[in-house]
Design a protein around this ligand. Structure first.
Ligand SMILES: Nc1nc2c(ncn2[C@@H]2O[C@H](COP(=O)(O)OP(=O)(O)OP(=O)(O)O)[C@@H](O)[C@H]2O)c(=O)[nH]1
Ligand SMILES: *[C@@H]1O[C@H](CO)[C@@H](O)[C@H](O)[C@H]1NC(C)=O
Ligand SMILES: *[C@@H]1O[C@H](CO)[C@@H](O)[C@H](O)[C@H]1NC(C)=O
Length: 396
């Protein structure tokens, strides 16, 4: 009888924990208990800001789709802070998503929460299971691509937690994985009692379906932070004679340089070639425009040369040159977004082949409703083959 009583009390206690009740007067009370179950993820360190935005979409869609079908209602996605990105020259503390995006808008699509919100509720964060995702050596084993995963005996490691040194993991599991992101639910299912799980190398799982309505609903929700929109709008009003979101007064170019001029020599033009192609686009499309906005990661000396070339052709080049204070306030990420906003609102856009920075601008223009002939244009190499960019048009 005593035994059954104890068992009963234990059961009650377990039930109380599960249902999230927590007596505030009790010292042993674990504040985490009543919270949502959490999915954390991280991305391979060298990946840039714009690829990371796409990885976010995969996870956000995974949760939103499950919940749309009445499943996994108790899970939330934790937004990994922006920290130590390779391309960012200015090092900053872990930066929340709200600095770049409109968090309420993100939340209107998917159940997301910021890392600092999680940390503020938890004295010490313990993740139940960390799945370190890895690629299979041969994605086409047996001659074809098959979706699969397999717990791996190879060693794997994860370094990070965005600079937080007060996060621990109970168990780390190395998993070879290939396929769609919704297959990650199979891993979640391995330990159904887990309340906090994490996936590193979140770039490995693929979109369930690219370019579908869910994709665009999610993409639409990734509105930029209002502060950044206002800076871009003011710049456009002051310099580019436009005070709306669909301008007819300037052409824009994303002129990706840096690693692209070494790594992708066959895809990008010379400085002179760039100016010529801008001129050709204006003439061929009969655009009555002389203002050119240039978004770029080029060196100052390259920018000066391009400006010179454009001026010879009677154009007025514009660049968003942040002050030191702007960079401190908004970071490299914020500055890049301001440039992306200005490109997304131009009459005509020319991007860089296979740059994710360019892809994000093209998506933004689809959302704003520009004709795709004004959006899916690229800079070509001076000589040789130049395929048209793929068109990823919006689905309503
Ligand atoms: N301000 C500014 N920064 C840029 C521009 N182009 C590239 N960058 C910087 O370079 C980084 C690399 O580009 P991303 O597109 O984000 O990185 P990625 O995901 O590796 O993409 P790729 O362009 O495909 O290399 C960006 O995050 C920016 O920090 C630009 O036109 N303006
Ligand atoms: C955990 O670490 C972060 C970042 O280092 C810090 O801001 C936070 O106060 C820490 N939390 C606790 C409870 O120590
Ligand atoms: C454009 O506008 C901003 C203010 O919005 C200003 O600081 C900048 O100097 C202007 N001129 C050019 C050529 O960019």
């Amino acid at each position: 009888m005593v035994f059954i009583g104890v068992l009963f009390i234990n059961l009650l206690f377990a039930a109380a924990q599960d249902s999230g009740y927590c007596d505030a007067s009790s010292k042993s009370c674990d504040l985490n208990v009543d919270e949502h179950k959490l999915i954390f993820y991280d991305v391979n360190p060298p990946e840039g800001f714009n690829l990371r935005r796409d990885v976010y979409m995969r996870f956000a869609i995974m949760l939103a789709e499950a919940q749309k079908h009445g499943k996994r209602k108790d899970w939330q996605l934790v937004l990994p802070p922006w920290y130590h990105l390779y391309h960012w020259k200015i090092s900053r503390k872990p930066t929340p998503w709200g600095s770049f995006f409109d968090l309420n808008s993100l939340k209107s699509y998917a159940p997301v929460t910021e890392m600092y919100e999680v940390m503020s509720r938890t004295p010490k964060l313990t993740i139940d299971r960390l799945y370190v995702l890895q690629n299979f050596e041969d994605a086409f084993e047996g001659g074809y691509f098959k979706e699969k995963w397999e717990i791996s005996k190879d060693d794997c490691y994860y370094e990070g937690f965005w600079g937080y040194n007060n996060i621990t993991v109970k168990e780390k599991i190395c998993v070879k994985f290939q396929g769609k992101i919704s297959k990650l639910w199979e891993l979640v299912q391995l330990h159904p009692k887990d309340k906090k799980i994490m996936f590193s190398h979140g770039e490995i799982p693929l979109h369930d379906s690219y370019g579908t309505k869910s994709f665009w609903d999610c993409r639409w929700s990734m509105k930029f932070n209002n502060k950044l929109i206002q800076i871009a709008s003011k710049y456009m009003a002051d310099n580019l004679s436009c005070d709306t979101t669909k301008c007819s007064t300037y052409l824009s170019v994303h002129w990706r340089r840096q690693d692209f001029i070494y790594g992708r020599k066959d895809y990008v033009p010379s400085i002179e070639g760039t100016a010529k192609q801008i001129d050709k686009a204006i003439i061929n499309n009969n655009l009555k425009i002389n203002k050119i906005f240039i978004a770029t990661d080029a060196l100052k000396s390259e920018i000066e040369k391009l400006e010179e070339q454009l001026k010879i052709l009677n154009y007025k080049p514009f660049l968003y040159i942040p002050t030191r204070k702007d960079i401190e306030l908004h970071g490299d990420g914020g500055i890049a977004i301001i440039e992306q906003i200005i490109c997304s609102r131009s009459s005509y856009f020319i991007g860089t082949h296979e740059s994710t920075f360019t892809f994000r601008i093209q998506e933004e223009r689809e959302i704003l409703g520009f004709g795709s002939e004004t959006t899916f244009n690229r800079l070509c190499p001076d000589k040789g083959k130049c395929d048209k960019p793929s068109k990823w048009t919006i689905v309503h």
